[in-house]
Design a protein around this ligand. Structure first.
Ligand code: ZN
Length: 278
């Protein structure tokens, strides 16, 4: 399975790059982020105030349909032609992202480690995992993490038509809203394979496209020490780190973050998530 996954991922990365040209590789290189990142202020990781602002419990008290206020239309965003690769801000800020979950076996350990060090992260969730693990999404809300949309079934978007892509994205935002308390403001294309429809639909739904700067390559299960090396050697101001809390055996990811997170914090890095728009 791991082998299959490796070849599938590799093939899809190549397919994505071919489909969108230079933008398809943008997610795996550190380049061209100045104009893009200027729009993403790095805020201090939200503390108790942000948790209060989320009010997940209050949300759950509202009727699901019919009686509540109409859902506000998402704020339409400028359509980008390549995803955001870095965050901006003064000082040694980095952002941690975890894809493909939530997963009942691995996500709780990662949340425990983040809580231990009082760090907030961004989780790119797949809708089909959200509906099976709603309590983990609620925990992310309670603990101040930001969640993003990573489609329902994790398909290669460049093989789907526009209606299929919209369906993948909309259903996932609906499921996230039900469990997290608000719709996601961030989208990440599976395999980093972006296309024009993904950028257009994301902007229409009020979601910015977020890629990454440093891939831990944990999806290849290269060994815990290799993952630690990747993160620590890639650490720099503005870096967005890609890890996975689902999609395979993620015990290496779970063990690695227990090592590299305290190391980076000791080195003076601050782990941040984007400031909320509302
Ligand atoms: Zn993914």
């Amino acid at each position: 399975m791991q082998k299959d996954q490796f070849f599938t991922r590799r093939r899809m990365l190549l397919a994505g790059a071919a489909a969108v040209g230079a933008a398809g590789t943008a997610g795996v290189v550190l380049a061209g982020g100045t104009e893009e990142t200027a729009r993403i202020p790095a805020a201090p990781a939200p503390g108790p105030q942000a948790r209060q602002a989320l009010k997940p419990s209050a949300f759950r008290l509202q009727p699901l349909t019919g009686y509540g206020p109409p859902r506000p239309a998402p704020r339409k965003l400028k359509v980008r032609t390549e995803p955001i690769l870095k965050i901006s801000g003064r000082g040694r800020h980095m952002m941690l992202t975890f894809d493909d979950g939530p997963n009942p076996e691995y996500t709780p350990h990662i949340l425990d480690t983040l809580a231990r060090y009082d760090v907030r992260a961004m989780f790119f969730l797949c809708g089909e995992c959200v509906v099976d693990n709603r309590e983990l999404v609620a925990r992310m809300a309670d603990e101040g993490h930001v969640v993003g949309n990573h489609t329902w079934t994790h398909p290669l978007l460049t093989t789907l038509n526009r209606r299929q892509i919209r369906d993948e994205m909309e259903r996932t935002s609906d499921a996230i809203e039900d469990s997290y308390g608000e719709r996601p403001q961030w989208f990440r294309a599976p395999y980093g394979a972006w296309n024009r429809a993904a950028f257009q639909l994301g902007a229409e739904m009020g979601m910015e496209p977020m890629a990454w700067t440093v891939d831990t390559t944990d999806w290849m299960t290269p060994g815990t020490s290799t993952i630690i090396d990747r993160v620590e050697s890639g650490a720099a101001p503005g870096v967005v780190v890609l890890s996975h809390d689902a999609g395979g055996d993620r015990s290496q990811t779970v063990h690695a973050i227990r090592e590299w997170l305290p190391h980076l914090l000791d080195s003076g890095y601050h782990m941040t998530v984007p400031r909320r728009r509302t």
